[in-house]
Ligand binder design. Structure first.
Ligand SMILES: *Cc1c(COP(=O)(O)O)cnc(C)c1O
Length: 361
């Protein structure tokens, strides 16, 4: 077939490039030991309580999931002290990002986002015929004034990512509130905090989900894929005004979140000890990597997330390939910048050892 028979917009989207699977890299290079620090996954796995619970739930596979996710919404409502009609559950944040674009973005609508941020904001805007308006980061941080100044009468959606993937930088509670106060009410502001649980700075907004009670045009996205270690299950949750939640409910599939994911999420929300371990492991790994980068004279950006963005004098794609040959998968981002996820201490040390070898070659 030589002629394109799909919608024109589809061709503007590059298929998402996931981090390479470990098995694939082992096979390609004949390696026994491969460490993946490419997808910001949880190096500690998930709560052991989740695994027990799931093992005891396998007799429910013939039954459709609860399409409304009632039990999980109850838990979230209690934990976050927020009304149930202000909660949406999705098959990962990925699905809600897609649904938001589907529900809000029409042909030629402008969609504002940062230059170096999560790629799905751009891809889903293109998918629905929107026009991405790109505002450069400043010193790898969001420029909220620049974003505000880019608003026109055609602006429909604004994407904010805090902490930002891949740079790990944040903006403060004060900054986000000042921004929300100014943005016209008919523009949806999406605030993606996939990495909130890792933030260390006192300036980081601790209760951003409560802002949806005040700002009717705000949607806050959270996920079970990162700190809770449930990426395989595909489950995320978000908060917004009941009207916004009702629009999303019209557009989603009737059973968009599987039963086991719902059961796992409820258990995960209640294991604070596990979350604490995850946070502490991340802090230990972060400061270890800072120290090693300092010793090697590598420039990096201080991170409030579970990954570090760093710069080399070498081509990032080349370094990425050389590291892979030695059993370390990370992610090239820009010409000279890469992102490494923070792993267990053993994984972090293995990464540094192999990075030193590559830089010597
Ligand atoms: C990982 C990530 C997501 C996707 O999370 P899922 O819930 O696994 O779909 C969303 N936003 C950002 C910024 C992420 O880094």
């Amino acid at each position: 077939m030589s002629k394109c028979i799909c919608k024109e917009n589809i061709l503007k989207v590059t298929p998402y490039q996931p981090g390479r699977p470990i098995a694939d890299v082992k096979k390609d290079y004949g390696l026994d030991n491969v460490v993946k620090l490419a997808s910001n996954e949880n190096p500690l796995g998930c709560s052991p309580r989740v695994i027990d619970k799931i093992k005891n739930s396998l007799d429910e596979l013939a039954i459709y999931p609860d399409g409304a996710c009632l039990a999980l919404k109850d838990e979230i409502s209690k934990k976050f002290n927020i009304s149930k009609d202000m909660i949406a559950i999705s098959s990962g944040s990925d699905e809600i990002i897609d649904l938001i674009s589907k529900v809000f973005i029409d042909k030629d609508d402008e969609v504002i986002m940062a230059s170096v941020t999560f790629v799905r904001y751009n891809d889903t805007a293109n998918l629905f015929g929107g026009k991405p308006v790109i505002v450069p980061l400043e010193e790898w941080r969001y420029n909220l004034d620049g974003i505000y100044n880019s608003i026109t009468e055609n602006t429909k959606v604004i994407w904010l990512c805090n902490p930002n993937n891949p740079t790990g930088t944040i903006f403060s509670e004060e900054e986000v509130i000042n921004f929300l106060k100014k943005v016209p009410e008919d523009i949806l502001v999406v605030y993606d905090e996939a990495y909130a649980e890792y933030a260390e700075s006192k300036k980081y907004p601790k209760n951003s989900h409560k802002l949806v009670e005040k700002y009717n045009n705000l949607m806050v996205l959270k996920t079970f894929s990162k700190a809770y270690g449930l990426a395989a299950f595909r489950i995320g949750y978000s908060f917004a005004h009941p009207n916004i939640i009702s629009y999303i409910n019209r557009a989603r599939g009737p059973f968009n979140v599987n039963s086991l994911a719902q059961i796992a999420a409820i258990e995960a929300l209640n294991d604070d000890d596990f979350l604490k371990k995850v946070y502490e492991n991340n802090i230990e790994g972060k400061y270890y990597l800072y120290e090693e980068f300092d010793k090697l004279g590598i420039e990096y950006t201080k991170s409030e997330a579970n990954h570090i963005f760093f710069k080399l004098d070498r081509n990032a794609q080349e370094v990425f390939i050389e590291l892979q040959k030695k059993g370390v998968i990370i992610r090239p981002i820009l010409e000279n910048h890469l992102r490494v996820s923070i792993g267990t201490m053993d994984e972090n040390k293995f990464f540094i050892e192999k990075l030193k070898e590559v830089l010597k070659d």
